[in-house]
Ligand binder design. Structure first.
Ligand SMILES: Nc1ncnc2c1ncn2[C@@H]1O[C@H](COP(=O)(O)OP(=O)(O)OP(=O)(O)O)[C@@H](O)[C@H]1O
Ligand SMILES: [Mg+2]
Length: 405
């Protein structure tokens, strides 16, 4: 039987279905893909079931046609301001003077035993580090001598109803939702180098409806957050500011928009289509910048606050990696560097070697990560060694958590 892996990124602007196949020795082939515009979500969550089902169906159909396989189960991405990330820790006494796998299970249980409201589901339990007696910063505690084992973990939860709505859309579109991954963790799997996670990096996915943040340090997830702002807000600002329809505003933004006017010459002009039979107007490109720049500054200032809250803002030696469609806006990197005071690069789905050329763009990192996740990248998602004990532990834990909730 073929081992098919389908990632389904249901975003605020588009649905992307990506079908892969797991081959021998961890190799991965990409068989096909489908991308369709989607209007059924607002700020990352489903608000219109019918429109979302239609978009999923169209993307899945296209992916089936291009790949020649029938898509059964899919792994979806979740985002939205209802997602919460929190750090927790637990302590247990070690039995028999040496840490065994049961002790590790117990300490993770102790750490995850924080009060999580019944209407929330646990998406991820991501171990950060262990301490054995006074020895901190331990990654593989098994076999170490000691009497006390401590674990620090990061827990990501989502409002149950949002996940249920997304699952319902998948089922109605004829596919089985098998698992759910917090979107920026999938993007991180696709776009980050392992060294970046070690040294400290913030991955920021600025999509259409949301901005998702995940901060890594020492190979582990230290902080996660979702902001309810994205590229659609820039488009609405342009539409309001220039009194032009949304579709024209979107085109103007994509073709001539800038995150900062520092990169625009004074004499650059652009044409704004007329509304209601009026003549098109010619305006300075800097006017477009004057509309977009304050909103981008607002988004980056909110991100900056989240980075401060992560507690490791001062030690992000690898800086910031920007993904998502809005990262393509000209001047975004320059503005981000100015506001964060950190090196900033644009991320692409580089870790999926078989990625089709036309999907080598920052808006397809989530879909690529959802496929990688199914091919054993979970250990990477949780920031520990790919085949390490923690990766397996986490797999087992997430199965357990899923059964439980
Ligand atoms: N070249 C470009 N310049 C500026 N913005 C762009 C460009 N290309 C795409 N965008 C913007 O990127 C956004 C879509 O990005 P993306 O596909 O990553 O979002 P999404 O995954 O559908 O949404 P979300 O993750 O927020 O639910 C849109 O607002 C679009 O206008
Ligand atoms: Mg997205």
């Amino acid at each position: 039987m073929r081992n098919l892996l389908t990632g389904l990124d249901v975003g605020t602007s588009k649905v992307c279905a990506l079908v892969g196949e797991s081959l021998a020795e961890g190799e991965l082939a990409i068989l096909g893909h489908g991308v369709t515009p989607c209007s059924g979500l607002r700020k990352g969550v489903v608000v219109n079931i019918e429109a979302t089902v239609e978009a999923i169906r169209a993307a899945v159909d296209e992916a089936e046609k291009t790949s020649g396989v029938r898509i059964g189960s899919v792994v979806t991405g979740v985002a939205g301001p209802h997602i919460r990330g929190l750090n927790s820790h637990g302590i247990v006494a070690v039995r028999g003077g040496e840490v065994g796998s049961r002790d590790v299970d117990r300490v993770i249980d102790a750490a995850r035993a924080v009060a999580i409201p019944l209407d929330r589901q646990v998406l991820h339990i991501l171990p950060q580090q262990f301490a054995v007696d006074d020895q901190e910063g331990v990654r593989e505690p098994i076999g170490m001598a000691g009497v006390r084992l401590e674990a620090r973990i990061h827990i990501v939860t989502a409002a149950q109803s949002y996940g249920q709505n997304l699952n319902k859309c998948c089922e109605r579109a004829g596919v089985t939702p098998a698992d759910m991954v917090f979107e920026p963790l999938a993007s991180a799997d696709a776009a980050l180098f392992p060294e970046e996670r070690e040294l400290g990096v913030a991955l920021i996915d600025i999509g259409g409806g949301t901005t998702d943040i995940v901060v890594f340090h020492g190979g582990a997830v230290m902080h996660t957050a979702v902001l309810p702002l994205g590229g659609n807000h820039l488009t609405s600002d342009v539409a309001a500011g220039l009194r032009t329809p949304i579709s024209d505003a979107e085109r103007l933004k994509v073709n001539y928009g800038v995150a900062t006017n520092l990169i625009v010459r004074r004499d650059e002009m652009v044409q704004v289509p007329g509304v209601g039979g009026r003549e098109p107007r010619v305006i300075a490109r800097r006017i477009l910048g004057e509309i977009i720049e304050p909103r981008m500054e607002e988004i980056f200032s909110m991100i900056q606050r989240e980075l401060m809250r992560s507690g490791v803002a001062d030690s992000l030696a690898s800086g910031v990696v920007l993904v998502g469609g809005t990262s393509l806006l000209e001047g975004t990197q320059e503005l981000a560097e100015r506001i964060f005071g950190l090196p900033v690069r644009r991320g692409l789905p580089i870790n999926l070697k078989a990625m089709p050329e036309e999907l080598m763009k920052p808006m397809f990192t989530t879909a690529a990560g959802l496929v990688l996740h199914q091919n054993g990248a979970r250990g990477v998602t949780n920031g520990m060694a790919r085949n390490g004990r923690l990766g397996r532990l986490r797999n087992r834990l997430s199965d357990w958590v899923r059964d439980f909730f």
